[in-house]
Design a protein around this ligand. Structure first.
Ligand SMILES: [Fe+2]
Ligand SMILES: [Fe+2]
Length: 153
């Protein structure tokens, strides 16, 4: 079943502009892949989806990891591990696609991305951005607050 754009806006928004932009491009790619699958042309779309995912997993994950680390997110290691597992699984599917027919792996990739939306973006990415929002730890922000408190005292 396809997740439509309206649902994306409602459920998958983390509130971080760049992260949301990157998620949205993954969503759009996935959505057009599902549409193609329903029209039985998923295997034609598979190479471009795989190419996109390889680029996405290196650039988007790098972006998130830099951001979460800078903000001292406590579940950073777990989050990074999930990114690594996704990248690893993607490599396995990609390798299999070289050896076998694409159509064998359309459902596999479909399932993998569906789970990624449900289990990673909806849970982990949302939890990370929410935690950062609730626990501001900007290096330049804290000294300013201390200074103004001192003046106020
Ligand atoms: Fe993400
Ligand atoms: Fe993530």
């Amino acid at each position: 079943m396809s997740i439509r754009l309206a649902q994306w806006c409602k459920n998958l928004k983390t509130g971080h502009r760049d992260i949301d932009k990157q998620h949205r491009s993954l969503f759009e790619m996935f959505d057009s892949f599902i549409m193609a699958t329903l029209k039985n042309s998923g295997d034609e779309k598979l190479p471009s989806l795989l190419e996109f995912l390889v680029k996405y997993s290196s650039e988007h994950f790098y972006y998130e990891e830099q951001y979460y680390r800078r903000k001292n997110y406590p579940k950073f290691a777990h989050h990074k591990k999930e990114h690594e597992v996704f990248t690893q699984n993607l490599r396995i599917i990609k390798r299999k696609c070289f050896k076998e027919s694409n159509s064998l792996h359309v459902q596999e990739l479909n399932k993998m991305l569906g789970e990624w939306f449900r289990n990673h973006i909806l849970q982990e990415d949302l939890a990370a951005t929410r935690w950062i929002e609730e626990n501001p730890s900007d290096f330049y922000f804290q000294p300013k607050r201390l200074t103004s408190k001192k003046i106020a005292d």
